[in-house]
Write a protein that binds this ligand. Structure first.
Ligand code: TRP
Length: 339
């Protein structure tokens, strides 16, 4: 194992709300995999966070946990390098969440921009719950439990990391300085849209999933919206306007890209042919990922063991932090009165 105490610590989580698609892959996971080489990483399945919005369909969350784990392993998260675990297996997260709840002012939660956006976006759900308002407190508990210095996230999560810093400061001030203030490591997410040109999202049914069969991937790529100002092949196209081209950039070598740009602008290369080149390159790049996924699909016991080992490893750190927290607050009576 290659863990040394001097490596900086990273933590991130993902809610199990569906199979992972290319937006998740290039937007987050790709970066998580790279970070493993340099940092001590903790990655976890945020199932309690999923419950804040999906409490009416909790059975789905359960089913998505192994799916998400298989996707993670398939893209190259390595349980030898990173600690992979599931939030609900560690009651310590709930305990720290409770304690942070005591010292977090409600107005901090109410003015959180991500909260306001989500309540609007998910207007069809009843999100006027205590748990949903407290979502960032649980996230702060996730992060501070491991004293992570870096939190790789997308821009929408920056307010949560900011609040985590404020909660850390407040705890350190009232009790004892235990917690470092983490920083958001902004993932430079390429602008990727779904097949219909809108943001790639499960709710729009426009996703290409990592686990889609190759034929389906080709078919979806063929349907992708390209340059909407180029109705016919005889019209010159513009790759900078093309909604498929960001995917080309991620999957084709530079010289091929240069050639496509020239041919597209000259109206010599049509969109369907161009997308077929993309499909071929994408499938080649995804082949090892899909192969690993099939392996884990056929070895569910291995997936379970990886998770149990990760949970146990995470819990050792979580227990240590909670002992410190109780001691700082003075609520370690079991030690004080009975030892
Ligand atoms: N809120 C994050 C999201 O929706 C998921 C998450 C939960 C998380 N706890 C975290 C991310 C801790 C980073 C660190 O994407």
């Amino acid at each position: 194992m290659t863990r040394e105490p001097t490596r900086r610590r990273i933590l991130s989580g993902m809610r199990p709300t569906g199979k992972l698609h290319l937006g998740n892959y290039y937007g987050a996971l790709y970066n998580w995999v790279k970070l493993q080489e340099e940092y001590e990483c903790f990655y976890f399945v945020a199932d309690w966070h999923a419950l804040t919005t999906e409490y009416e369909d909790a059975a789905n969350i359960r089913d998505y946990i192994p799916e998400m784990l298989m996707d993670w392993l398939a893209v190259g998260l390595d349980p030898e390098k990173s600690t992979l675990f599931v939030q609900s297996a560690l009651p310590e997260h709930a305990e720290l969440y409770l304690i942070f709840g005591m010292l977090t002012p409600v107005p901090w939660l109410e003015r959180n921009p991500t909260y306001k956006d989500q309540v609007q976006e998910l207007a069809h759900k009843d999100l006027a719950t205590y748990g949903f308002l407290g979502y960032p407190i649980l996230q702060a508990a996730d992060i501070l439990m491991y004293k992570a210095q870096g939190v790789p996230v997308g821009v929408d999560q920056v307010p949560h990391v900011e609040m985590t810093r404020e909660i850390a400061r407040r705890f350190n001030h009232f009790f004892r300085p235990i917690f470092p203030e983490p920083e958001a490591l902004l993932t430079e997410a390429p602008k990727l849209t779904g097949t219909d040109g809108r943001k790639m999202s499960k709710s729009y049914q426009n996703c290409i999933y990592l686990s889609d069969p190759p034929k389906l991937i080709s078919e979806k790529v063929r349907q992708m919206v390209t340059d909407t100002q180029r109705p016919y092949k005889k019209d010159p196209g513009e790759p900078d306007r093309c909604l498929a081209f960001p995917f080309h950039r991620l999957n084709l070598p530079q010289e091929k890209l240069d050639e496509i740009v020239v041919e597209c602008r000259a109206a010599r290369l049509g969109c369907v042919d161009c997308k077929m080149m993309l499909a071929e390159a994408l499938l080649a790049n995804l082949a090892p990922v899909q192969e690993r996924r099939h392996y884990y699909e056929n070895h569910p016991d291995e997936v379970r063991d990886i998770l149990l080992a990760g949970n146990a490893r995470a819990r050792r750190t979580a227990r240590r932090t909670m002992a410190e927290v109780r001691e700082a607050i003075g609520f370690n009576l079991d030690v004080q009165l009975w030892s």
